[in-house]
Design a protein around this ligand. Sequence first.
Ligand code: SIN
Length: 355
Amino acid sequence: MFALFAPLVLLFAVATSAHADSAAPKLANVTVLATGGTIAGTGATSTTTVGYTAATVSVQRLIQAVPELAKVANVSGEQVFQIASENMTNEHWLTLGKRVNTLLAQPNVDGIVITHGTDTLEETAYFLNLVVKSRKPVVLVGAMRPSTALSADGPINLYNAVLLAASPEAAGKGVLVALNDQIQAARDVTKVNTSTLDSFRTPELGLLGYIQGSKAFFYRQPVRKHTTESEFDISALQSLPNVEIVYGYANVGPVAVDAFMAAGAKGIIHAGVGDGSLAAKVVPALKAARAKGAIVVRASRVGQGILARNGEANDDELDFVVADTLNPQKARILLMLALTKTNNSKEIQRMFYSY
Ligand code: SIN
């Protein structure tokens, strides 16, 4: 009897196992590019949450610390830099942007996670948002507590970031930032607190979604141009034009503008008070900068709202550009990239209304 049914049993077993194989979800290939920061930081004790050393833990140890990553993606790691993010430079950005584009051009890379210090994370995210040439997900992640701290947020943030980079829903939404279970857009997110876990916010415009129960949930998407729609190309660039930020405050004078111009600035971002107002003592210095060919962009130190063109200054007459809703540090990035394409202030104003 058994002899009669044995081939059938075997056939059933083979068919079941073939079916099981074809039904097993194929995991996405996600590359983690590590750059340092607190997520790779270590402190003297488990309660050291300030005064620790950033950028000491290697990418391999970061990945090994979260074995759950293997359930959501095939993860590989690369140590691109090992720095605290206040030391991020234009040259680091060019290196990182080129590496991201090289990796995403490969068919066996489905998404990228970049571990980064939180202090300039929003800047790197916006830079990549403008220069990555792919619809595949790129997710920046950091942590507010070092890896040695009680309730360190790095491991869960890394898990969420890898999960997001492996999610088809994350494709085509520009560069994303994932911390504290939230998904934010590179253009609009900013760090709003020196030390709490909920330091990354998108004031007024709002976050894009959440990560909950090992799934990404999106409720909005960015409408400004990014990644594959962007006109900026860094593939042949070795450096970026020198653009500096001048801060507005009571009693400010022309010294900073003059010093930056003497040092060869090609652009000045003026982080003005209120709606980008210019102190009377600064206006002659900014006019002189423009007369020398530098592009002057009026931004605001307030952090929210549209910078009104021809509002607090006659931008048409002064031939200045306004930053729209970009904060000064992101306006600096867009102006640097704009200056790689043109010196025409009207063209640059178009870019500020497009990206
Ligand atoms: C850094 O930005 O590298 C240090 C701070 C942090 O990552 O939270």
